[in-house]
Write a protein that binds this ligand. Sequence first.
Ligand SMILES: NC(=O)c1ccc[n+]([C@@H]2O[C@H](COP(=O)([O-])OP(=O)(O)OC[C@H]3O[C@@H](n4cnc5c(N)ncnc54)[C@H](O)[C@@H]3O)[C@@H](O)[C@H]2O)c1
Length: 154
Amino acid sequence: MFTGVAFITGATSGIGQATAQSFARKGAKRIVLVDLGDLSVTVSLLRGVETLSVQADVSDEAQVKAAMAAAVNKWGRVDYAAMAQLNNDAPGLVETPMTAGQVITEDSAPDVLPMARPGMPEELADVITFMCCEEAASYVNSVMWSVDGGPMVH
Ligand SMILES: NC(=O)c1ccc[n+]([C@@H]2O[C@H](COP(=O)([O-])OP(=O)(O)OC[C@H]3O[C@@H](n4cnc5c(N)ncnc54)[C@H](O)[C@@H]3O)[C@@H](O)[C@H]2O)c1
Protein backbone atom coordinates (compact mmCIF):
# COMPACT_ATOMS: atom_id res chain seq x y z
CA MET A 1 0.00 0.00 0.00
CA PHE A 2 2.78 2.47 0.94
CA THR A 3 5.36 2.32 -1.79
CA GLY A 4 7.09 5.59 -0.93
CA VAL A 5 9.05 7.08 1.96
CA ALA A 6 7.28 7.85 5.25
CA PHE A 7 8.54 10.61 7.58
CA ILE A 8 7.35 10.24 11.17
CA THR A 9 8.08 12.56 14.07
CA GLY A 10 7.80 11.70 17.75
CA ALA A 11 8.70 8.17 16.67
CA THR A 12 10.41 7.10 19.89
CA SER A 13 7.19 6.73 21.81
CA GLY A 14 3.40 6.64 21.94
CA ILE A 15 1.43 7.68 18.86
CA GLY A 16 4.52 8.29 16.70
CA GLN A 17 5.97 4.86 17.43
CA ALA A 18 2.59 3.21 16.77
CA THR A 19 2.34 5.16 13.52
CA ALA A 20 5.70 3.82 12.38
CA GLN A 21 4.48 0.29 13.15
CA SER A 22 1.20 0.93 11.31
CA PHE A 23 3.08 2.14 8.21
CA ALA A 24 5.25 -0.98 8.37
CA ARG A 25 2.22 -3.29 8.72
CA LYS A 26 0.73 -1.65 5.65
CA GLY A 27 3.77 -2.25 3.53
CA ALA A 28 6.07 0.75 3.99
CA LYS A 29 9.65 -0.30 3.37
CA ARG A 30 11.43 3.01 3.92
CA ILE A 31 10.69 5.06 7.04
CA VAL A 32 12.38 8.16 8.43
CA LEU A 33 12.10 8.23 12.23
CA VAL A 34 12.54 11.60 13.92
CA ASP A 35 12.64 12.33 17.63
CA LEU A 36 14.62 14.12 20.31
CA GLY A 37 15.14 10.76 21.97
CA ASP A 38 16.74 7.41 21.25
CA LEU A 39 15.04 5.67 18.32
CA SER A 40 16.65 2.24 18.68
CA VAL A 41 13.62 0.53 20.23
CA THR A 42 11.36 1.74 17.43
CA VAL A 43 13.90 0.57 14.85
CA SER A 44 13.92 -2.86 16.47
CA LEU A 45 10.12 -3.07 16.15
CA LEU A 46 10.21 -2.42 12.40
CA ARG A 47 11.44 -5.68 10.96
CA GLY A 48 11.92 -5.75 7.21
CA VAL A 49 11.91 -1.97 7.01
CA GLU A 50 14.82 0.23 6.03
CA THR A 51 14.95 3.10 8.51
CA LEU A 52 16.72 6.42 8.79
CA SER A 53 16.89 7.67 12.38
CA VAL A 54 17.27 11.41 12.85
CA GLN A 55 17.59 13.05 16.24
CA ALA A 56 16.01 16.45 15.81
CA ASP A 57 13.84 19.00 17.59
CA VAL A 58 10.70 19.41 15.49
CA SER A 59 9.96 22.78 17.10
CA ASP A 60 13.04 24.10 15.28
CA GLU A 61 12.28 24.69 11.59
CA ALA A 62 15.94 24.41 10.60
CA GLN A 63 16.18 20.98 12.23
CA VAL A 64 13.02 19.77 10.48
CA LYS A 65 14.41 20.98 7.15
CA ALA A 66 17.69 19.21 7.89
CA ALA A 67 15.84 15.98 8.71
CA MET A 68 13.86 16.25 5.45
CA ALA A 69 17.08 16.93 3.57
CA ALA A 70 18.68 13.84 5.12
CA ALA A 71 15.70 11.77 3.93
CA VAL A 72 15.85 13.20 0.41
CA ASN A 73 19.60 12.70 0.36
CA LYS A 74 19.14 9.02 1.27
CA TRP A 75 16.07 8.11 -0.78
CA GLY A 76 15.44 11.04 -3.12
CA ARG A 77 11.91 11.66 -1.84
CA VAL A 78 9.48 11.96 1.06
CA ASP A 79 5.93 10.82 0.27
CA TYR A 80 4.03 10.77 3.56
CA ALA A 81 4.61 13.04 6.55
CA ALA A 82 3.07 12.11 9.89
CA MET A 83 4.16 14.79 12.28
CA ALA A 84 2.99 14.72 15.87
CA GLN A 85 1.76 18.30 15.89
CA LEU A 86 0.80 18.65 12.23
CA ASN A 87 -1.29 15.73 11.09
CA ASN A 88 -4.99 16.48 11.01
CA ASP A 89 -6.22 14.14 13.64
CA ALA A 90 -7.56 15.38 16.93
CA PRO A 91 -6.89 12.86 19.66
CA GLY A 92 -8.81 12.65 22.87
CA LEU A 93 -7.02 10.95 25.73
CA VAL A 94 -4.66 8.35 24.31
CA GLU A 95 -2.82 5.93 26.55
CA THR A 96 0.85 6.79 26.07
CA PRO A 97 3.76 7.75 28.35
CA MET A 98 2.55 11.36 28.01
CA THR A 99 -0.77 10.55 29.69
CA ALA A 100 0.47 8.08 32.28
CA GLY A 101 -1.63 8.41 35.43
CA GLN A 102 -4.67 9.92 33.74
CA VAL A 103 -7.51 7.49 34.14
CA ILE A 104 -10.72 7.09 32.18
CA THR A 105 -12.98 4.23 33.16
CA GLU A 106 -16.65 3.40 32.84
CA ASP A 107 -17.05 4.56 36.45
CA SER A 108 -15.15 7.83 36.16
CA ALA A 109 -16.35 9.21 32.86
CA PRO A 110 -19.52 7.63 31.47
CA ASP A 111 -21.24 11.01 31.07
CA VAL A 112 -18.52 12.71 29.06
CA LEU A 113 -16.97 9.88 27.09
CA PRO A 114 -19.33 7.27 25.65
CA MET A 115 -16.53 4.78 25.02
CA ALA A 116 -15.40 5.14 28.65
CA ARG A 117 -11.80 4.24 27.95
CA PRO A 118 -8.70 5.96 26.64
CA GLY A 119 -7.72 5.53 23.03
CA MET A 120 -4.82 3.23 22.21
CA PRO A 121 -1.89 4.64 20.18
CA GLU A 122 -2.65 2.11 17.45
CA GLU A 123 -6.14 3.59 17.06
CA LEU A 124 -4.63 6.98 16.27
CA ALA A 125 -1.92 5.47 14.11
CA ASP A 126 -4.42 3.67 11.90
CA VAL A 127 -6.30 6.92 11.22
CA ILE A 128 -3.03 8.70 10.44
CA THR A 129 -1.98 6.02 7.95
CA PHE A 130 -5.48 6.04 6.44
CA MET A 131 -5.12 9.79 5.83
CA CYS A 132 -1.74 9.23 4.20
CA CYS A 133 -3.05 6.46 1.93
CA GLU A 134 -3.63 7.49 -1.64
CA GLU A 135 -5.87 4.50 -2.42
CA ALA A 136 -8.04 4.71 0.70
CA ALA A 137 -8.26 8.49 1.09
CA SER A 138 -7.67 9.72 -2.46
CA TYR A 139 -10.39 12.41 -2.32
CA VAL A 140 -9.94 13.43 1.31
CA ASN A 141 -8.55 16.88 1.80
CA SER A 142 -8.44 19.53 4.53
CA VAL A 143 -10.20 17.37 7.09
CA MET A 144 -9.84 17.29 10.86
CA TRP A 145 -10.67 13.84 12.16
CA SER A 146 -11.72 13.53 15.77
CA VAL A 147 -10.33 10.32 17.20
CA ASP A 148 -11.50 10.86 20.73
CA GLY A 149 -13.97 8.25 21.91
CA GLY A 150 -16.99 10.41 21.11
CA PRO A 151 -17.51 13.18 23.71
CA MET A 152 -19.45 15.19 21.10
CA VAL A 153 -22.16 12.52 21.18
CA HIS A 154 -23.38 14.08 24.44
N1 LIG B 1 -1.69 11.06 24.25
C1 LIG B 1 -2.72 11.92 24.18
O1 LIG B 1 -3.76 11.72 24.84
C2 LIG B 1 -2.65 13.14 23.32
C3 LIG B 1 -3.78 13.95 23.22
C4 LIG B 1 -3.74 15.09 22.41
C5 LIG B 1 -2.59 15.38 21.69
N2 LIG B 1 -1.49 14.58 21.82
C6 LIG B 1 -0.29 14.97 21.05
O2 LIG B 1 0.15 13.89 20.25
C7 LIG B 1 1.57 13.94 20.15
C8 LIG B 1 2.17 12.59 20.58
O3 LIG B 1 1.76 12.32 21.93
P1 LIG B 1 2.06 10.95 22.67
O4 LIG B 1 0.95 10.74 23.61
O5 LIG B 1 2.40 9.90 21.67
O6 LIG B 1 3.33 11.38 23.51
P2 LIG B 1 4.66 10.56 23.94
O7 LIG B 1 5.20 11.34 25.06
O8 LIG B 1 4.38 9.11 24.11
O9 LIG B 1 5.59 10.72 22.65
C9 LIG B 1 6.02 11.96 22.21
C10 LIG B 1 7.34 11.76 21.51
O10 LIG B 1 7.70 13.02 20.92
C11 LIG B 1 9.05 13.29 21.22
N3 LIG B 1 9.23 14.74 21.23
C12 LIG B 1 8.72 15.60 22.11
N4 LIG B 1 9.08 16.85 21.79
C13 LIG B 1 9.81 16.75 20.65
C14 LIG B 1 10.46 17.70 19.83
N5 LIG B 1 10.43 19.00 20.11
N6 LIG B 1 11.14 17.26 18.74
C15 LIG B 1 11.19 15.95 18.44
N7 LIG B 1 10.59 14.99 19.20
C16 LIG B 1 9.91 15.39 20.29
C17 LIG B 1 9.31 12.66 22.56
O11 LIG B 1 10.70 12.40 22.74
C18 LIG B 1 8.47 11.39 22.47
O12 LIG B 1 9.20 10.31 21.91
C19 LIG B 1 2.04 15.08 21.05
O13 LIG B 1 2.23 16.23 20.23
C20 LIG B 1 0.87 15.29 21.98
O14 LIG B 1 0.79 16.62 22.45
C21 LIG B 1 -1.51 13.45 22.59
